[in-house]
Design a protein around this ligand. Structure first.
Ligand SMILES: C[S@@+](CC[C@H](N)C(=O)[O-])C[C@H]1O[C@@H](n2cnc3c(N)ncnc32)[C@H](O)[C@@H]1O
Length: 190
């Protein structure tokens, strides 16, 4: 399974022209670009990464693709997501994507952490519209990754009454990435 492609495939049906989406871990910008293409020039994508270097890479990628104008890029932690989106967009976001871990070929010490990931997931859930989609791709194979994956699994379990969830992992490989495809149940409170 190609997990990053699968995350996008699951997100796609939830994205229409004019939609609002969030990439909570921009990295090299593959998900940001995907989201920007789906929502089009009438939509809006918030792209967040803790590394300014990553955000500059993403900015260049979007500019080249002609999709920068529908994106707002923010250097900061997704644990502060609420402060990054406009109030009028709270509860109206169609898709939020988290791709955890570190930047491939980048500084492996700058890595997502359980506390900030959980804070980000709480806020992502709140900003989703009913029926909205949240993907979380976690990597148990790196140092601290197993603990972070377990925290995400526990978070999903705690939200079982308000989230419809599917979990994917290569069978027989405990270090395989884990993808959660999550849908906020219509009628769910926050
Ligand atoms: C696996 S990469 C994301 C890959 C990206 N989705 C792509 O398409 O290239 C994980 C990213 O999370 C970022 N990151 C780590 N901690 C973060 C935090 N607290 N808030 C936002 N981004 C964070 C890292 O800087 C890194 O770029």
């Amino acid at each position: 399974m190609h997990f990053t492609v699968e995350a996008q495939n699951f997100a796609k049906p939830h994205l229409t022209a004019g939609a609002i989406a969030v990439d909570a871990t921009c990295g090299n910008g593959f998900d940001t670009l995907f989201l920007a293409e789906q929502v089009g020039s009438s939509g809006l994508v918030y792209g967040v990464d803790i590394q300014s270097r990553a955000i500059e890479t993403v900015r260049a990628k979007l500019l080249e693709a002609g999709t920068l104008q529908q994106c707002r890029l923010v250097v900061g932690s997704h644990s502060q997501l609420n402060a990054m989106i406009e109030q009028e967009h709270a509860g109206a976001v169609s898709v939020v994507m988290f791709n955890l871990g570190y930047l491939p070929l980048g500084d492996k010490t700058i890595v997502t952490k359980p506390e900030t990931t959980l804070a980000g997931l709480d806020q992502a859930f709140e900003m989703l519209r009913p029926g909205g989609f949240l993907s979380v791709l976690a990597y148990p194979g790196h140092r601290g990754g197993q603990e972070e994956s377990q925290c995400v699994a526990d978070w999903v379990a705690r939200h079982a009454d308000v989230i419809r969830s599917e979990r994917f992992q290569d069978p027989g490989n405990r270090n395989s990435p884990v993808l959660w495809a999550l849908i906020k149940v219509v009628g769910a409170g926050v």
